[in-house]
Design a binder for this molecule. Sequence first.
Ligand code: PEP
Ligand code: MN
Length: 358
Amino acid sequence: MEDLQPITLEGIVPQKPLLIAGPCSAETEEQVIQTATELAANGVKIFRAGIWKPRTKPGGFEGVGVEGLQWLKKVKELTGMYTSTEVATKQHVEAALEAGVDLLWIGARTSANPFAMQEIADALQEAGADVPVLIKNPVNPDLELWIGAMQRIYNAGIKRIGAIHRGFSAYGKHLYRNLPQWHIPIELRRRMPNLPIICDPSHIGGKRELVAPISQQALDMGFDGLIIESHCDPDCAWSDKSQQVTPDVLNFIVNTLVLRDESHTTESLTLLRQQIDTLDNELLEVLNKRMRVSREIGQYKKEHRMPVLQAGRYDDIIQSRVKLAMEMGMSSDFMKSVLAAIHEESVRQQIEILNNRK
Ligand code: PEP
Ligand code: MN
């Protein structure tokens, strides 16, 4: 995926950050037009609305279907905004392209399914489509599956591809509706630096009050845009009511966001980065020294027929180090994962010594 292109739509984008806003679902023509008019008045350029809604259980509102595409056409005529919707099948792709939808996105339940992704890719290719396609992360935290979904779209000849980070499902109650697991989009950025990554704070947070902080966090990490659910009357929305904000609140949120110019590398930043490089080298040397000592312990255990795993000792290490780390201002979770990784490698090396017959 070398020759990816930015998410341009003639005349307006690249916008930094790219902003897509609109209701979770198109419900009625009035709701769509009113929301779109208010968003356009606040400067939003790309409108979103779900026409086909993937619902967890049957019986809920499953979207208005093709009828809603005509409302999107009206939005375009009345406001000049570009329009976008979610597609999940060949029929959706054909109908959306036919109706002149400018940008398509693929939902999290669909990107988790390679058969569905291939069907969509084939439909785009057959139609000779040249629209930007944004691919949400699959519901499960599987980066390879996400990349694979994007590769299928890319192989269908689509060059304006973007990723949408909408968080990952987890069992039980959490602060977030979908856990952000920021390290996954960060790893995606490392692997594919040219790929635009857009954050969906509405589906990550699941609550209105989390939209602003999650958006800011995404911008701080250099995300390229935001897709935010906005409804003219959120409390009466037919889907995702607790996470939608009015166009005015959206405008307020967007105006409070601080944009950081990531490409601005000052001299002091270079110096700080040099310090990080040096510290990382020191860290590696200390780790290596620790492993050497650990191997000597392994040798001792072998000679004295002691088992490698000494649970009590490991527990003492965790308790004392975590306490120290917290006093230094680091989180206990962070320290626990670092220690777990070090211990795992230590045990692996000691077992190697044990198995060494010499
Ligand atoms: C949506 O964007 O309304 C939607 C259904 O999102 P997701 O696929 O992220 O659950
Ligand atoms: Mn939604």
